[in-house]
Design a protein around this ligand. Sequence first.
Ligand code: CP
Ligand code: NVA
Length: 323
Amino acid sequence: MPFLGLMKKRDLLNLSDLSRKEIDEIFALARKLKREQKRGIAHRLLAGKTLALVFEKPSLRTLVSFETGMVQLGGHAVFLGPGEIQLGVRESPADCARSLSRWVDLIVVRTFAQKTLEEMALYATVPVINALTDLFHPCQVLADCFTLLEHKGKLEGLKVAFIGDGNNMVHTWMQAAEKFPFSFSVACPQGYEPSAEITKAAKENGGRIFVANDVSEVVRGADVIYTDVWASMGQEGELEVRRRAFQGYQVNQSLVAMAKRDVLVMHCLPAHRGEEITEEVLEGPRSIVFDQAENRLHVQKAIMAWVLKGTKGLRVKGLKGRR
Ligand code: CP
Ligand code: NVA
């Protein structure tokens, strides 16, 4: 029986799929891959492997970092945009996942409903990774936490303040807050708060989570200010209504001045300058947005190697000898 047959495959659908110890393992590998890539040392950890990129929404960072990461690790990627598969129209998520599993080693999915992703993971016999759904964006938040570690040395005890929409980024940050732990406060307009169910679960798991409508209450004394677009992908039709609702929730210089002097400003990008964040702050000295974008590559390489580590012939620990 092949080695993989004995192992339960690992998916990454949201951060509750990972323990703190497993996140630490992924970060240790990401750190090594990043450091050595910059010294010109290549790790062909996934030589001969194929990644399917199933994307139902647009993407720059996620798409390029996954495809580039796979190629850097010796494998290759196949892009399947909305026109190719037409999930749920031309083919069910279950049939798509079962067919892909017969050809590829790993499936990365960006879709709307978490349920679609879960259905694919249920039927796929290879690992499935969430590349963003309406509910969660775990690869982004793992890269963000990795970036914060590089800048701050530790996450424990930090005060992270999120200003804006209680969206997929907020839900994922709440799951991260319970793991490290750090405090996570979010200020959103009334009616745009995060899911009550996800908030409750994160609190019950020990997360220090605070949801408010008042921006100053949340941002005072913050170590990190995070923001995201007011209208996420799929909500473009609500943009005008949202622009009105989110007045007063912009990350600008006077808001940054309320936080700690060494506050870091983060954004998952793409950013809408003049809406959720000003040009001055985004381009200012406290902003680390392109460090976040870079680390998508290193962290996702580690995630891909980590989920595939049960694969025959693939040793992740002790990378020596696999160059
Ligand atoms: N931050 C992020 O996921 O960017 P893309 O939507 O461009 O992939
Ligand atoms: N909340 C945004 C994140 C983009 C990376 C969206 O879902 O569109």
